[in-house]
Design a protein around this ligand. Structure first.
Ligand code: F6P
Length: 360
């Protein structure tokens, strides 16, 4: 028996823990051969970089960020972007080529570790007859079905540390600091990091925010003697009544965080700085939670292959691992519920979360 492993989409701390655990289980428990497919599904289009993964090739990778297999978020073989000689782009379907290469490599199954995009592609390959199992990954924590994805806790810790550091400089200079964090469609990182880092405002895509309310919150803090404020802004956090407030990101360098920072400075006259944390949240060593969850997912994925649970994705439900059909989760996101206990907790702590606070 020979299985393949691939990592797709943006990287997340903990990917190597999954690879290591799946390889160890496959070799020790099942005596399978494991092939590493590099650069996500691109590695099935061009197989020249496929390599065998042995126990020695995964030795020492547990604390390492990134993925030893490389990854890409531009590697959909069903809509492969092909550059013509004249510079134009043609979209071609190379999925049959991947199916052929899968056969030629002698693979019996493929473990796909990735986010929503990777899982959607995995599902399509499954429908074409490829025996795939999925492992959910994203720092954004917005994948449906699983309670948590690995990478999220590391990203939150990094954002929290940034907030701790920003606090001391904000306080020394009486400034408003705006920390923009990742989370393409979801505010999970902003919310967790904001609570853990003692932010004064948390703005996220799920709650289009009241601009006047946010400014009033900062002004009230000032009047009460806290001459600095810390705001965490998710990368897609937008205000309500956008036209009225002239919300527009005109240049490539404009971000939701910088728009809010400018608003604070222009309307309140408070010196403000915008900090975009960006890919720092994705890089580096995973925290213990992500190493453990990644390891559990890797072992579980190998067991899923052994049990022929193809077309399914591993998930964490409460404290236990389980699996769901890929078709059930495809295209579904897990967003922050504005009425969730966590938002109410933040509001009880006096954190402005985009809407008027009941107790201020
Ligand atoms: O989905 C994970 C994520 O890190 C998002 O939070 C962010 O919007 C996006 O990926 C960034 O992608 P890229 O690596 O292509 O800049």
């Amino acid at each position: 028996m020979r299985i393949g492993i691939t990592t797709g989409g943006g990287d997340a701390p903990g990917l190597n823990a999954v690879i290591r655990a799946a390889v160890k289980t496959a070799i020790r428990q099942y005596h399978w051969q494991v092939l590493g497919i590099e650069q996500g599904f691109l590695g099935l289009i061009d197989t020249s970089h496929v390599r065998e993964l042995t126990e020695s090739s995964v030795r020492g990778i547990l604390p390492r960020g990134g993925t030893i297999l490389g990854t890409t978020n531009r590697g959909n073989p069903f809509e492969y972007q092909y550059k013509e000689m004249d510079g134009s782009t043609k979209v071609v379907d190379l999925s049959d080529k991947c199916m052929d290469n899968f056969e030629t490599l002698g693979l019996n199954a493929l473990i796909c570790i990735g986010g929503d995009g990777t899982m959607a592609i995995a599902q399509k390959f499954y429908e074409k007859g490829m025996p795939v199992v999925g492992v959910p990954k994203t720092i954004d924590n917005d994948l449906a079905a699983t309670d948590v994805t690995f990478g999220f806790r590391t990203a939150v810790s990094i954002a929290m540390e940034a907030l701790d550091r920003l606090h001391t400089t904000a306080e020394s200079h009486n400034r408003t600091m705006v920390l923009e964090v990742m989370g393409r469609d979801a505010g999970w990182i902003a919310l967790d990091a904001g609570i853990a880092g003692g932010a004064d405002l948390i703005l996220m895509p799920e709650i289009p925010y009241d601009v006047e309310g946010a400014l009033k919150h900062i002004k009230r803090r000032y009047a009460r003697g806290s001459k600095f404020s810390i705001a965490v802004v998710a990368e897609q956090a937008e205000p309500e009544n956008q036209e009225e407030h002239g919300f527009e990101l005109r240049r490539k360098s404009d971000t939701c965080g910088s728009w809010f920072a400018n608003k604070v400075e222009d309307e309140l006259g408070f010196e403000t700085r915008n900090i975009v944390l960006g890919h720092i949240q994705r890089g580096g060593s995973p925290v213990s939670f992500d190493r453990v969850l990644g390891s559990r997912f890797g072992v579980y994925a190998a067991h899923m292959v052994a049990q022929q649970k193809f077309g399914r994705m591993a998930i964490l439900q409460g404290r236990n691992l389980n699996d769901v059909s890929l078709s059930e989760t495809a295209g579904k996101q897990k967003l922050v519920d504005p009425e969730a206990e966590l938002i109410k907790t933040a509001e009880s702590l006096g954190i402005f979360c985009g809407r008027p606070l009941q107790y201020s």
